[in-house]
Design a protein around this ligand. Structure first.
Ligand SMILES: Nc1ncnc2c1ncn2[C@@H]1O[C@H](COP(=O)(O)OP(=O)(O)O)[C@@H](O)[C@H]1O
Ligand SMILES: Cc1ncc(C[n+]2csc(CCOP(=O)(O)OP(=O)(O)O)c2C)c(N)n1
Ligand SMILES: [Mg+2]
Ligand SMILES: [Mg+2]
Ligand SMILES: [Mg+2]
Length: 333
């Protein structure tokens, strides 16, 4: 079935089932001029949006519509996680080429509904338009955070520890394998390709780190180098990272050898890992071991007074400037 067979409103009717996962917070969902929501008293409201554009953020020959729907929501939940918040509601806007099959759209929504169910998020509205070019999906997510647990990019203090969750670089190494069309040939591909196609936003981890005194936090969407600079700049501090402490998976080391690249380059400049980068006072950081943060936490460096920007310390004890290189929509790196 094609879009012209169901029309814009027929499509919305097909989409709107199973969109509410926390009914107590939604007065009116899909079907009116605006959604009507019930915020939790005394919580700060968060709102964020990230858009995915065909052939910029995804390639329809290497992703399924379900994976794409999942990721379109995941990247937004990751921004809420990086503030220490809980995601509550999403609105989804899609621009669809006219020839798109109805089943494609339903599967896109199946992916979105799956992750929304997993994280207790309601899809409360959106917009559906035709596109003369490629597919565009824009998601906006509203979330909430207790005022005392809000974590911004600007709170890092000299003396804080710099740490990250899990491993970095897997997503962009996965993208490299997908775009070379050779991922199925290697048994190291699975974790790399999975982290690229269906990243898991670290919402619970973000909330736990916030509750344990993270002083600044950012999600790694543009690459570690870029996010370190964002924190350093917003907090008016310098950051020194120890190169060999940056956590890499065994699979990325194997993949990088096959791809003829340095594994660390994927971690520093690749992006889309959606891991959390945060700073924390050392005493608080020591306590993290006694909780289950839902992710492996690795100390990678420390916060210093402003002046030196972001530096990388190598194995030989040499320190050099880490350029703010990473994914930038208008600059080729
Ligand atoms: N077109 C825009 N209009 C207004 N604000 C924007 C626009 N694009 C980005 N921003 C804001 O700029 C900041 C940085 O954006 P971005 O790099 O996309 O953040 P993130 O990596 O967290 O998704 C955010 O506060 C975002 O809301
Ligand atoms: C087809 C394709 N080419 C390249 C990429 C890599 N890529 C696209 S956008 C991006 C950075 C993250 O996206 P952005 O829109 O900058 O998200 P934000 O920083 O706003 O969260 C990366 C690494 C990709 N995912 N798919
Ligand atoms: Mg963004
Ligand atoms: Mg983002
Ligand atoms: Mg970006």
């Amino acid at each position: 079935m094609e879009l012209k067979d169901v029309g814009e409103f027929g499509l919305i009717d097909l989409i709107k089932q199973d969109t509410i996962n926390d009914p107590g917070t939604v007065v009116t969902g899909i079907g009116d001029d605006a959604a009507v929501l019930l915020p939790t008293p005394r919580q700060l409201q968060l709102i964020t949006t990230d858009m995915l554009v065909e052939n910029v953020h995804f390639d329809l020959t290497t992703t399924t519509p379900m994976q794409l729907g999942y990721k379109a929501v995941a990247v937004n939940l990751s921004d809420i996680a990086a503030m220490g918040g809980a995601p509550r509601h999403a609105v989804v806007s899609i621009a669809l080429p006219r020839h798109t099959a109805v089943d494609f759209v339903l599967n896109l929504y199946n992916g979105m509904k799956e992750i929304c169910r997993e994280y207790g998020v309601n899809i409360v509205g959106g917009d559906t338009v035709s596109s003369p070019g490629g597919l565009v999906i824009n998601v906006a997510v509203m979330g909430e955070v207790e005022p005392a647990h809000l974590v911004k990019r600007s709170g890092a203090k000299p003396g804080d520890i710099v740490a990250v969750t899990n491993v970095l670089g897997n997503s962009s190494a996965g993208l490299a394998l997908l775009s070379r069309g050779e991922w199925e040939e290697h048994d190291f591909s699975w974790p790399l390709v999975t982290s690229h196609l269906t990243p898991r936003p670290l919402v619970r981890t973000g909330q736990l780190l916030a509750a344990h005194g993270a002083t600044s936090m950012d999600d790694v969407s543009d690459g570690l180098a870029s996010e370190l600079h964002e924190i350093a700049q917003a907090s008016n501090v310098s950051i020194r990272v120890v190169k060999e402490c940056i956590p890499l998976s065994p699979e990325i080391r194997e993949a990088a050898a096959v791809l003829g690249q340095e594994p660390l380059d994927y971690a520093l400049y690749g992006g889309e890992d959606f891991q959390l980068l945060f700073t924390m006072e050392p005493g608080q950081f020591a306590l993290i071991n006694s909780i289950d943060p839902g992710a492996v936490i690795t100390k990678i460096g420390e916060v210093l007074p402003s002046g030196d920007g972001v530096t990388l310390l190598d194995e030989a004890g040499r320190s050099y400037k880490l350029e703010p290189r990473g994914y930038n929509h208008f600059c080729r790196n």
